[in-house]
Structures are given as C-alpha cells and as structure tokens.
Ligand binder design. Structure first.
Ligand code: NDP
Length: 479
C-alpha cells in the first residue's frame, strides 16, 4: 500500500516521487510506503491553506464546530479499522488502541467542537471613561507536528483546536506512524471538509518538519516530541516570531509515601510504568519509595509487573506490544546496558524478548525494573521512553521533593499518600505541569496540559489551546 499526502482535499503523490518504507514493528517487515515529501509539497499545502483561510475563518463558529463533529463521527464509524491500523503501525496492543487511542481521538474533535461553541472573550470596564473588549481572531496557516507514541490521539489533539479556532492547518504525523493520519485524510474527504482547510504531509522530520518550521507563511507551530527536536524548531521559528507551543520529553517521578493505599499504588504504578511499553510522555519512569515501605512495595510491584504478557499486538490478550522501531528498540536496550554499567541491579526483565510465530522478528523488550542507582546518574536523568523504570528509596518529604525535582524535565508527577495536607503540599512544590494525586493519566480535556523546565513551553487543553490558536486583539472604546 502506498500512502499519499492530503492537499487541497485531494490525495496526491509527493512531488519528488520518493517514498519511505513503513515498518510493522511487531514483525520487522515493510508493510506500506509513505511519501518522502519535501519543501515543495509543504509549499503546495501552504498555498492551499492560504487560499482556504478567508472563507474558513469567516464561517460561523457553529458551522466550523459541525465539521469537527462530522470528523469525530467519521472516525467513530471506522473505529475498528483505525484501531487495527494504529496497532500495526505502532506496535501497541490492539485493545489499548481500541479503548484509549481512537476513542480519545474522537473525543478530541467532539470536545473542541463543544469548547469553541462556548469560548468567550474578556471585557475590561473603565467605568465612566469607557471599556475594552478583546477579540480572539484566528492566526492564519498553522503547523501541527506530532510524535509516534500516541499517533492519532496527539495528532487530533492539535488539529481540532486549530481548526475550531478558524485556522487552516498543515499537519505532519511522525513518519514512523503515518497510517491513522492517512485514514483521517480519507475521513476528511468523506465528510466534505472544505478544500485546503486541513492538509496532511507525510515524511521525515528533517525535511517536512524543517520546511514547516522555516516557511514564512506559517504563523504558529504546535509541536509534541523530543526536547532536542523542540530546541531545533524553536531555533528556526523564534527569530521569525512564530507562535510556538512545545510539548516535550519527561522523566516523571512517581512518589510513593508510606501512608498510601499500597494496593492501589502498586496496581496503578504498573500501568504508569509500562502502559504502551512505557512510551508515554507521562509514564512515571522514576519510582521514589519511602524507605519504610520500600521492600513491601518492591515485592508487590515486581510480582504484578512480572504478570504482564508480551505478545502479538493484534492478539486480544496482549498487554505489552512491540517497541515502535528498530532504532528505538536499540536505544532502549543501550539504556539498559548503561544502567548496568552505572551499577544498577536488574530486578526484572532487562532483556529483549522473542515472540514466537508471526512476530518472531519484532522489537520486543521485557518490562524492566532497576534499583541501586544514584539519583543523578544518566539512567535517572535522561529520558528512556521505554518499558524501563528505576526504584529509589527516600527518607523524608524534603528528600522526596529533592529527588523528584532533580532532573531537567518537569512534565508530570504522581503522588501517593492518604495524608491530605502532605498531598497538596508536595503537589504545590513538585516541578511539573501536571500532577496526579492517588491516580495516573486521569484526563479532563478542559484542564491545562504541558510541562515546565525542558518539558516544554505553553499549555494545551481546553481554553488554553483555543487561546494559543488565536491572536488576542484589544479594542478600546471611550464614551
Ligand atoms: P521527535 O522529536 O523525534 O519527533 C516528533 C515529531 O517531530 C515527528 O513528527 C518528527 O518527524 C518531527 N521532527 C523530527 N525532527 C524534526 C525537525 N528537525 N524539525 C521539525 N520536525 C521534526 O519525537 P518522537 O517522535 O521520537 O517522540 C517521542 C518524544 O516525544 C519523547 O521525547 C516524548 O517524551 C515526547 N512526547 C511528549 C509529549 C508531551 O505531551 N509533552 C507527549 C508525547 C511524546 P519524524 O518522526 O518523521 O522524524
């Protein structure tokens, strides 16, 4: 199967005629070809988007919101096909794609359809003198660049608010997981989205992503991906004064206090460590455990993690699928080797796995738990983004906070305690944009989402996203 770009409401071949292999990570085999697009394809999409912008931005909010609802319904109608495509492309268990990734993509469009219908702006009264009102106007042509770990989920999380706010979009999925973005372009054609409003360009970050960052007619970029890539994009876009939203990497602490509900903490920590093979930016990769319950927690955590079944992502019972690509598989294995060199003791996993049958050549790694490492070694400082967690004991609340805040990242944190005051005290002091108390990955789409320090700049979610994708214009009226 040969994928095509979606430009001006048509599926088109890349201008240069070049294609890249798309590999199924559960088998290691090429199963489709994706456009190896370049700046010419990007420019063609930008011209289509520019031409579409005056009419799209002039539509009533209600009509734009209706289009988003149609996109949601179009994905929902083909939920099973989308889930299967996501599972094959990414290596994630089909069950996860079916109950999390694709339903959330549907919700993203529905949520922002509803949010934009209720979006309001400010007025500032100056008493007898007059007043100000703020217009929130669409920016124009914007770029949305997303990663491979939650492909359609994060792709639509950006596209939906951008379109709702009246912008025209050039979107680039990761070249590693292009399939559901391609299916979305089919849905956009089916529902009759006006030509040029949404354009999807496939290809490499260094070519397509780079061209998007440079293009003078793209006025804002919403990016989710690694910190190093975010830095490159900011370096290109900032001197052009493009608006930037950067959602970057994480090395999130999962803090277990002795007075927590241990059973709940263990069960959720297994999920927050290994869901999607640990390839979620919000996974708690550093588990910090109060010393008095360290051994009890460790024993229960290892026992539960050992029960996770690695296997063919397309099988219903599989809990752990494949690592997304050969390169990332090798990176995670190198990180495990580094942890050993740094003196870490492997308590569980630590090795690649062969899944018999169809998936014999796939990229599988066992859930891995490591202890005995200093908090400031590379394993505890650098993002691994795989099924690898470390256990570190602490003695006091102050020490827990010191350890939690010791990395350059600040995306999310999880706190387990039954002590209400302590929970809120630690939540206030932990350096993270998103904090969960006695839970993990519970998402209310109205809330601000994003990181501090090297985990990003700006916030997504709810009104924050609609504000990002609009320009505020203050109008002052004097009586
Ligand atoms: P990358 O940064 O490698 O890629 C992200 C996207 O950027 C891809 O579409 C990629 O294209 C593109 N890209 C790569 N190079 C450039 C460039 N020079 N200019 C413009 N675009 C470029 O991240 P991964 O895909 O490897 O995703 C994993 C990372 O994403 C992790 O660090 C993870 O923490 C982070 N992440 C953050 C989240 C958050 O909300 N903060 C959520 C999810 C993930 P291509 O793949 O085609 O090269």
């Amino acid at each position: 199967m040969q994928l095509r770009n979606y430009i001006n409401n048509q599926l088109v071949a890349p201008i240069g005629g070049q294609y890249l292999d798309n590999i199924d990570p559960s088998t290691g085999a090429v199963y489709s070809y994706i456009p190896d697009s370049d700046e010419k394809d990007v420019d063609m999409a930008v011209q289509a988007a520019k031409a579409a912008f005056p009419a799209w931005s002039a539509l009533s909010t209600e009509i734009r919101a209706d289009y988003l609802d149609k996109l949601a319904a179009g994905i929902e109608k083909r939920l099973e096909a989308f889930a299967k495509a996501e599972s094959i492309d990414n290596g994630k268990p089909i069950k996860l794609a079916r109950i999390v990734d694709i339903p959330r993509s549907v919700s993203n469009f529905r949520f922002f359809a509803s949010a934009v219908r209720q979006f309001s702006t400010d007025t500032h009264d100056m008493g007898n003198e007059g007043f100000n009102y703020t217009l929130r106007q669409p920016i124009g042509v914007v770029a949305c660049i997303s990663p491979w770990n939650l492909p359609l989920y994060l792709f639509t999380w950006k596209i939906a608010p951008a379109l709702a706010a009246g912008n025209c979009v050039i979107a680039k999925p990761s070249e590693i997981t292009p399939m559901t973005a391609y299916l979305l372009s089919e849905v956009a054609i089916e529902v009759g989205l006006p030509a040029g409003v949404l354009n999807i360009i496939h290809g490499l970050g260094g070519k397509v992503g780079n061209a998007l960052s440079h293009h003078p007619d793209i006025k804002a970029i919403s990016f989710t991906g690694g910190t190093a890539t975010g830095r490159i994009i900011a370096g290109i876009a900032a001197p052009q004064f493009k608006k930037l939203s950067l959602e970057l990497g994480g090395k999130n602490p999962n803090i277990i206090f002795a007075d927590c509900n241990l059973e709940a903490a263990v069960a959720t920590s297994v999920r927050s460590s290994f869901q999607n093979q640990g390839q979620i930016c919000l996974c708690g990769s550093r588990i910090l455990v109060e010393r008095s319950v360290y051994e009890v927690f460790k024993t229960a955590f290892l026992a539960k993690a050992a029960q996770l079944t690695n296997g063919d992502p397309l099988e219903e019972t599989t809990q752990q699928g494949a690592i997304v690509s050969a390169a990332h598989y090798q990176k995670v294995l190198d990180c495990i080797a580094l942890a050993k060199q740094e003196g870490g003791k492997i308590l569980l996993g630590g090795n690649a796995i062969t899944v018999k049958g169809r998936c014999e050549k796939g990229y599988f790694i066992a859930p891995t738990v490591i202890e005995g490492l200093p908090h400031n070694c590379r394993t505890n400082m650098e993002e691994i983004f795989g099924p690898v967690v470390t256990l570190t004991p602490f003695d006091t609340e102050e020490e827990a906070l010191m350890l939690a805040n010791a990395t350059e990242y600040g995306l999310s944190a999880t706190i387990w305690t039954e002590n209400l005051r302590k929970a809120h005290r630690v939540a206030a002091k932990v350096q993270a944009g998103v904090v969960w108390i006695n839970c993990w990955l519970v998402r209310d789409l109205r809330t601000p989402f994003g990181g501090v320090k090297n985990s990003g700049v700006g916030r997504e979610g709810g009104a924050e996203a609609l504000r990002f994708f609009t320009e505020a214009k203050n109008v002052c009226v004097v009586y």
